[in-house]
Write a protein that binds this ligand. Structure first.
Ligand SMILES: Nc1ncnc2c1ncn2[C@@H]1O[C@H](COP(=O)(O)OP(=O)(O)OP(=O)(O)O)[C@@H](O)[C@H]1O
Ligand SMILES: [Mg+2]
Length: 229
């Protein structure tokens, strides 16, 4: 098959997705979003604070459910997923880099990083060592999250997502705690993993330089999605 000429294959498709958080004053965080993410595609998501970026990532990871619309994964409607299907998808296919890291405080950085691989039953120690060295945290691995800096926690959270070799990396401001140079180096590592393993990436960022490393850039304004050119 000549992949160069074939149409990129749809991986995730959002059709008129809306999300309203209930409450005394309900908040509609996403409004009729249409988006197709193809296999291996890397896209940057920009937008002001409160515009709906984390909400969109949570829906893509099946951490939260849309209020309206359809979310298709490999052409299967996710509303038909059992809890077991959703857990398997999150565990095997998604590497989530959370805005606030979500490292487990009672585990060392090394244990935090290896846990998802162990759950999957395929540990890649060589990849882990080389990523930790590249990210400059190889000497911090036996420390607990509270014993390292915010930027070091962030780098550990990035590596935890990458070593799984997932099909999709969802990165919520993965360089928010890093200086520009370190941040771009970490984004470089993410892009390298994506290219090597055919991993798709949705990266929320406020950095123009980081966004420019992605093939496509989108912007959320008040819950609506637009191309950002
Ligand atoms: N669990 C929740 N319950 C109610 N409202 C929420 C909840 N989570 C988010 N919101 C609201 O939904 C909107 C979008 O929030 P979201 O966290 O997606 O924004 P964001 O673009 O990620 O912002 P930031 O850049 O500050 O992280 C905001 O108005 C926010 O207050
Ligand atoms: Mg957010």
């Amino acid at each position: 098959m000549n992949y160069a000429n074939s149409t990129p294959q749809s991986f995730i498709k959002l059709e008129k997705i809306s999300k309203t958080y209930p409450g005394i004053v309900p908040v509609t965080a996403l409004k009729e979003i249409n988006l197709t993410i193809t296999i291996g595609e890397r896209l940057a998501l920009l937008g002001k604070s409160g515009s709906g970026k984390s909400t969109l990532l949570n829906l893509l990871a099946l951490i939260d459910k849309p209020s309206r619309g359809q979310l298709l994964i490999d052409n299967r409607n996710s509303t038909g997923f059992s809890e077991k299907d959703a857990t398997r998808y999150r565990r095997r296919d998604i590497g989530f880099i959370f805005q606030f890291f979500n490292l487990l405080p009672t585990l060392t950085l090394r244990e935090n990083i290896t846990l998802p691989m162990e759950l999957l039953g395929h540990k890649d120690d060589a990849l882990m060592s080389s990523l930790c060295r590249e990210a400059g945290i190889e000497n911090q691995l036996d420390r607990y999250p509270e014993e390292v800096s915010g930027g070091e926690q962030q780098r550990a959270a990035v590596i935890r997502a990458l070593v799984k070799k997932p099909r999709l990396i969802l990165a919520d401001e993965p360089t928010g705690n890093l200086d520009l140079e370190t941040g771009l180096h970490i984004v470089g590592l993410m892009n390298e993993i994506c290219k090597t393993f055919g991993t798709a990436l949705v990266m929320v960022t406020h950095s123009r330089e980081a966004a420019d490393t992605c093939g496509r850039r989108l912007k959320i304004v008040d819950g609506c999605l637009f191309p950002d050119d």
